[in-house]
Design a protein around this ligand. Structure first.
Ligand SMILES: C[S@@+](CC[C@H](N)C(=O)[O-])C[C@H]1O[C@@H](n2cnc3c(N)ncnc32)[C@H](O)[C@@H]1O
Length: 463
């Protein structure tokens, strides 16, 4: 292939397909070329930037013919940031693309013929994220900076106006970094593992307006003589007085060399160490370590869709696997006889129990554990017989033991909520012998990014 395609060669190509991350795909002598930012139907002058065994990467030099779906990006850092990889495409087209991605996977993998439904989009797909995780760093002039990591790197793009992040988290980050610069606070260095400030995480209750700030710090080498120790009280006071929305500030200790943002230890500095938010008519307590869906507007649509389509019955036994702080189970509780929730993070289960109380729900039981073991125990040893199982796993999907357990216990309905259509379809393939796939609906939880969320409803085949 090296003889056919070489780095730095220029071509004019037609973009014949769209990849999963918004990249265009062209072919030269049947070899696929992946071209970031190119759109299906466009004619582009490109240069080959990398040649691999069976494919290559190209870069646009000029768009000779534009797609009607191309839009001018409204973001100052779009080209460098790894956040919105679909920002150059009209929102309506991104929704179609997400549906097509799922449809293609379904067609390739499943025996059943399923027509994936239209993606449920947002009316105003802006400023929708309720959680920001800003890394601290040092800019080329040697000053502290805060922002977002550039695409596929750990170079920090200083914070500007982000179109998908909520506005208050951006203002809090700007106040924080100005203070860090003025007081010369010690910023963590990933290579030397020295310095203190690693990340600022801001979580916002969209309905409640309550804000939680988490300062992730490295205390491996002690902090006693640092500027951080000397001035942090002043920083916290400044944030509290400038932003009355801040209900709590937490220091999280992370002394490990890792890309995982939060460490294991939290110290509450101000407030109660958690915030509340509302989804539809329900109130939820959210702690620093607990998962909470990042787009609350779409979360409500997703949960309502899942519950309506599952046609829950008053005598249903509902298992909410990977339940987080119990949100789906609590939405479902009034429609069913009993809800069991299983989640691996203990703090999330503590929140889930309190959330059931706050919402005056008495028919829930939340348990800490790995779904693989705990669901197994529930059905094999405790002889619980769920009639509806709802799964909402992380990106890697469901483990084989749990799939086998679902097949064995035969709930009438399975609700599969997924943030990764590839693993979802893999898992559906293992269930489809016993289950009819009634519907697959993408819900746009992450507008302008290539992430795709889906809800699938399965019904036990009556043989
Ligand atoms: C995509 S989130 C869904 C949470 C919740 N259903 C919601 O809508 O907010 C996945 C959850 O699964 C939990 N989790 C990950 N692996 C797990 C496992 N093996 N067993 C139990 N829970 C797990 C995570 O901590 C996280 O809370």
């Amino acid at each position: 292939m090296e003889k056919i395609l070489e780095k730095n060669q220029e071509y004019v190509v037609e973009i014949i397909d769209q990849g999963y991350e918004g990249e265009g795909i062209a072919k030269i002598n049947q070899i696929p070329i992946f071209i970031p930012n190119a759109l299906k139907g466009e004619i582009c002058k490109i240069v080959i930037v990398k040649v691999l065994t069976s494919y290559a990467y190209g870069k646009i030099l000029e768009i000779v013919r534009n797609s009607k779906d191309r839009v001018e990006s409204d973001c100052l850092t779009d080209k460098r940031c790894g956040g919105c990889d679909l920002r150059h495409i009209s929102y309506a087209r991104t929704l179609e693309m997400k549906r097509e991605i799922v449809q293609n996977l379904v067609q390739k993998t499943l025996k059943q013929k399923v027509e994936v439904r239209t993606t449920i989009g947002m009316e105003h797909p802006m400023f929708y994220r309720n959680k920001a995780q800003y890394p601290f760093g040092i800019d080329p002039k040697g000053n502290p900076t805060i922002g977002i990591f550039a695409k596929r790197s750990h170079e920090i793009i200083p914070i500007q106006e982000c179109k998908i992040q909520n506005e208050i988290s951006q203002r809090i980050a700007k106040t924080t970094i100005e203070f860090c610069r003025e007081k010369k606070l010690e910023i963590y260095n990933e290579t030397s593992e020295e310095g203190i400030l690693r990340h600022l995480v801001v979580r916002v209750g969209f309905t409640s307006n309550e804000v939680m700030c988490i300062f992730v710090v490295n205390e491996k080498n002690g902090t006693q003589k640092s500027n951080w120790s000397k001035y942090k009280e002043e920083l916290y006071n400044q944030l509290e007085t400038t932003y009355p929305e801040i209900k709590t500030i937490v220091e999280n200790q992370n002394n490990k060399k890792t890309n995982v943002i939060l460490g294991d230890r939290n110290q509450v500095i101000f407030g109660e160490g958690f915030i509340y938010d509302q989804l539809a008519d329900f109130t939820f307590k959210i702690s620093p370590m607990s998962f909470y869906q990042i787009n609350p507007i779409q979360t409500v649509k997703l949960y309502i869709k899942a519950i309506e389509e599952a046609e829950l019955k008053k005598d249903d036994i509902f298992c909410d696997l990977y339940c987080g702080i119990g949100t789906i189970g609590i939405f479902a509780a009034k429609h069913v006889k009993k809800v069991y929730g299983v989640e691996i993070v203990p703090e999330a289960i503590q929140d889930a129990k309190i959330n059931a109380q706050i919402n005056q729900i008495q028919n829930t039981e939340f348990m800490t554990g790995d779904v693989k073991d705990l669901f197994d125990q529930m059905i094999q040893k405790d002889h619980i017989k769920p009639t509806v199982v709802c799964v909402d796993p992380p990106r890697k999907g469901i483990d084989p033991t749990t799939i086998e357990n679902i097949k064995q216990v035969e709930p009438n309905k399975v609700i599969y909520i997924s943030c990764n259509p590839a693993t979802m379809v893999r898992d559906l393939a293992m269930l489809e012998e016993k289950y009819l796939i009634k519907s697959i609906t993408p819900v746009d939880m992450f507008p302008y990014t290539s992430h795709v969320e889906c809800v699938t409803i399965l019904e036990l085949k009556r043989l």
